[in-house]
Structures are given as structure tokens and as C-alpha cells.
Ligand binder design. Structure first.
Ligand SMILES: Nc1ncnc2c1ncn2[C@@H]1O[C@H](COP(=O)(O)OP(=O)(O)OP(=O)(O)O)[C@@H](O)[C@H]1O
Ligand SMILES: [Mg+2]
Length: 235
């Protein structure tokens, strides 16, 4: 596995509210993730998992700290990138608990939406997306509508969509929550394979301890602090 740094987080703090109603959710996170790592994030409900993920994805502004993605410092007590939307579109892929495919677009249109929004040409996008769908064993569903697919198949398309713009990092907030145990494990195995083969870093929020042995590293949040452990008993 490559040891190139994918993301470095330093003294990251997030508070919500002001004055008497101010709450601190993340109180000084420090960790480094490498390219090609599959990272689990597990902590009780309300402890700040989504908040952390949204800051890593440059969707939510931290209160203070520093975020480096690859070799670019994107946040140092303020956003340093000119266009954080562009950064998100180009470097980061998202997968959510509910797949959020657009119901009136077919599978190919759902997956190519973001690359086209990034002004990539169909000549480049079409073969890339065809390869991704083949990789996920979904080539035959290219012209199907999301309503014609099962929950697990829709989740695979959501993964295809997250991969479609060649991101360096994929953030997945409980991607398997809507699936039964077998399908959850098959999606997690697929995510792990993707980290290895595409050198992408995937951070996956999960409530399911059975999925943690598949992770290279496990992040936990305790008393607003982040703990990171290398997973030794890796599957
Ligand atoms: N926009 C907001 N304004 C105020 N408080 C917020 C906001 N977003 C989240 N919080 C608070 O931050 C804390 C962490 O919320 P977060 O959604 O990150 O938890 P979580 O670990 O993802 O929980 P779950 O497992 O239930 O999804 C909660 O106390 C929540 O109420
Ligand atoms: Mg959450």
C-alpha cells in the first residue's frame, strides 16, 4: 500500500451556536490518512461523525484548525481555496445512507451528471463510466431507471457516481445502513477493493461493528476527541 498522504487534519475544532447556547462538537482533531486506505468512523449517535465528515469534505466550515488534502492546504483557520465547490467536485466523492439517485434520470445519466457539470468531455467520461459500471457489475443496467433496481444495486450505482469524477477521497456516511447484513458486507468488500485498486482513500461512517475488521484504520470520537487506531486483525 502507498504511504503517500491523502489527508492531514490538525487541531480541527467545530463549535455550533453562540454565547450560552454554544456547543463544542469536535475539540481538536489530529490525524493523518494515507492514499489507498479504507478508514472506518464509529461513535455513538450525536457524537459528531457527520459533522467531522462534512468538514473533511469541505462542505461545513470548521471553527478553527487546518485541513490539508494531498499537498494542498485547503483550510487554515479560513478557507484557502478560491472555490470550495470546485474542490469538492474534483477531489471528493460522497456516498450517503440513502443513495439519492435522481429518480427521473437513468443510471448512466445519474453517474455522468457530475463529470459533465465539471465540463469534462463525453469522449473522456463515457469510457471511464463504462469501465466503472463494468467493475461494479452493473453494465447491463446503464439505461435502467433507479426505481427498477434493488436497494443493493442502487447503492452500487451511488458508489459508481462517487467514483465517476476520479476523486482522491470518498466520504461515505453509513452507506450500508439500508442494506441487509450480506449486502452490507459485499458493499464494504467492494469499497475496500476500490481503495486498493484505485488508490482512493475511503472514510466510512458505520454503526455496525461487524464491518470494522475490514478497515485499515478506525477513527472513534470520545469526549469530543478523535482517536485513531491501526487495525491489526485486518480481513
Ligand atoms: N447545524 C447544526 N447546528 C447546531 N448543532 C448541530 C448542527 N449540526 C449538528 N449539530 C449538533 O452536533 C452534534 C453532532 O451531530 P452529528 O450529526 O455530527 O452526529 P452524528 O455522530 O453524525 O450522529 P448520528 O449517528 O445520529 O448520525 C449533535 O449534538 C448535533 O445536535
Ligand atoms: Mg450522522
Amino acid at each position: 500500500m502507498s504511504r503517500e498522504i491523502s489527508m492531514k487534519i490538525e487541531n480541527l475544532v467545530k463549535k455550533f451556536g453562540r454565547g450560552e447556547s454554544e456547543i463544542t462538537v469536535i475539540d481538536g482533531a489530529n490525524f493523518t490518512l494515507n492514499k489507498g486506505e479504507f478508514v472506518g468512523l464509529v461513535a455513538p449517535s450525536g457524537s459528531g461523525k457527520t459533522t467531522l465528515l462534512m468538514m473533511l469534505g469541505c462542505v461545513l466550515e470548521p471553527t478553527s484548525g487546518k485541513i490539508t488534502i494531498g499537498d494542498e492546504v485547503v483550510y487554515d483557520n479560513r478557507w484557502l481555496v478560491k472555490d470550495d465547490r470546485e474542490l469538492r467536485r474534483k477531489k471528493i466523492g460522497f456516498i450517503f445512507q440513502a443513495h439519492y439517485l435522481i429518480p427521473f434520470l437513468n443510471i448512466e445519466e445519474n453517474v455522468t451528471l457530475l463529470p459533465y457539470e465539471n465540463k469534462e468531455s463525453p469522449k473522456v467520461v463515457k469510457p471511464r463510466v463504462a469501465k466503472i459500471l463494468e467493475y461494479l457489475d452493473m453494465s447491463s443496467k446503464m439505461t435502467s431507471m433507479p426505481s427498477e433496481l434493488s436497494g443493493g444495486q442502487n447503492q452500487r450505482i451511488a458508489i459508481a457516481r462517487a467514483l465517476a469524477n476520479n476523486p482522491d477521497i470518498i466520504l461515505a456516511d453509513e452507506p450500508t445502513a439500508a442494506l441487509d447484513k450480506e449486502r452490507a458486507i459485499s458493499v464494504v468488500k467492494m469499497l475496500k477493493k476500490i481503495t486498493r485498486e484505485q488508490n482512493v482513500t475511503i472514510i466510512m461512517v458505520t454503526h455496525d461493528d461487524r464491518l470494522l475488521p475490514f478497515c485499515d484504520k478506525v477513527l472513534t470520537i470520545q469526549d469530543k476527541k478523535i482517536d485513531i487506531k491501526e487495525n491489526i486483525g485486518e480481513i
